[in-house]
Unconditional design. Sequence first.
Length: 122
Amino acid sequence: MTDQNHTQVSKSNRIYLFCFLTVILLIGAWIAYFIISFDLNDYRRHAEQRLASILSLPVAIGEMEYKFHGSRLALEITGIQIGDKNTPAEINAPKLLVDLQWSGLLQRDFRFGTISLLRPYI
């Protein structure tokens, strides 16, 4: 291999490496933007309506956020009320923790591992 061929190969490898690193950087920037700008509380009203229709009881949800619970991604809801004074039962809990299964997230389908009501009272 001549020096000229070696220089051309080396130059093309640098171009490919630069393009690859640029793509990785852009993907990382997009993920960071998504994480920073995504607010679960924008979907609170929809979640309340959906749960109310499933349970046939009024539902009020407090703050919602994603957290890691062990090795699982969890949906943490601070303050949840199921039912009210006009229903046969009223359940309040300061915190609801829902472990999400990774396989469901990859398929764009919420699948729950464990659902925990912390310190509920009736």
